[in-house]
Write a protein that binds this ligand. Structure first.
Ligand SMILES: C[S@@+](CC[C@H](N)C(=O)[O-])C[C@H]1O[C@@H](n2cnc3c(N)ncnc32)[C@H](O)[C@@H]1O
Length: 225
């Protein structure tokens, strides 16, 4: 089921704390986790970076299931950093959330906290269609530089395929996004593939998810850097 803005519209506070709860994130965190569990290898040296953590519900959930992996949440909207910190408080394998604008170069993030080719897994949910296209460009550009060879990027949300959006609920969702901001809207997987390939990243799988969403799994190819 699609609502107008699946992440932000219906949030509420829990027990007057700073944790925002997005109902959609509550519903989709387990189905997404089951996909991640098929692709992610546990390991003490593994790093997972989330772009656009939103409320922080996803990363808090995933981090509890991958205790050996070090998780970095991030957000563009400063007001959400508090919610992410509240959700992840007490989880020793989660760092403080970083303020990240994906359209900027990774060298500027967190005083240069990340080195080139240093990240094993990147994850981004529901940003690609609810932000300007410049964010897609920035996502693949930065992922191409930050991921280790064979590192994986997971993107979650609804997509168009070969210029076509299905089913009707996703067509309506796309229209409602465009009405709110003409730079938003469902992106075509072919356009994203082209962006990815320009950055040494290959689409390796597309998995159908509940509510007409998909997870796309992208892999950083071996480079000569
Ligand atoms: C619909 S919310 C998704 C939040 C969360 N990932 C989820 O699935 O619940 C869209 C997110 O895109 C983020 N976003 C928008 N512009 C961005 C940018 N330039 N850089 C990074 N994130 C951005 C917003 O801050 C917001 O958290």
């Amino acid at each position: 089921m699609n609502t107008i803005i699946r992440c932000a519209a219906n949030h509420r506070s829990r027990m007057a704390a700073k944790q925002l709860i997005y109902p959609a994130a509550e519903r989709n965190k387990d189905p997404i986790l089951s996909v991640l569990q098929k692709y992610i290898e546990q390991g003490a040296d593994k790093i997972f970076l989330e772009i656009a953590s939103g409320s922080g519900q996803h990363i808090a959930h995933f981090a509890q299931h991958f205790p050996q992996i070090l998780f970095y949440p991030s957000e563009y909207e400063s007001r959400l950093l508090e919610s992410i910190a509240a959700h992840t408080s007490g989880l020793t394998n989660v760092k403080r959330p970083l303020k990240i604008d994906i359209t900027t170069d990774f060298h500027t993030w967190g005083n240069g906290i990340f080195k080139e080719a240093s990240i094993d897994y990147m994850y981004n949910a529901n940003m690609i269609h609810i932000s300007p296209y410049q964010c897609c460009i920035g996502l693949f550009d930065n992922a191409g530089k930050l991921l280790k060879d064979n590192g994986l990027l997971f993107t979650y949300g609804p997509y168009a395929i070969d210029g076509k959006i299905t089913p009707e609920s996703n067509v309506n969702f796309h229209k409602s996004l465009k009405l709110q901001d003409s730079s938003w809207g469902l992106r075509d997987i072919n356009d994203l593939k082209a962006l990815a390939e320009n950055n040494g990243i290959k689409l390796i799988n597309i998995i159908d998810m509940p509510a007409n969403n998909k997870i796309i799994i992208w892999k950083k190819m071996l480079s000569t850097r």
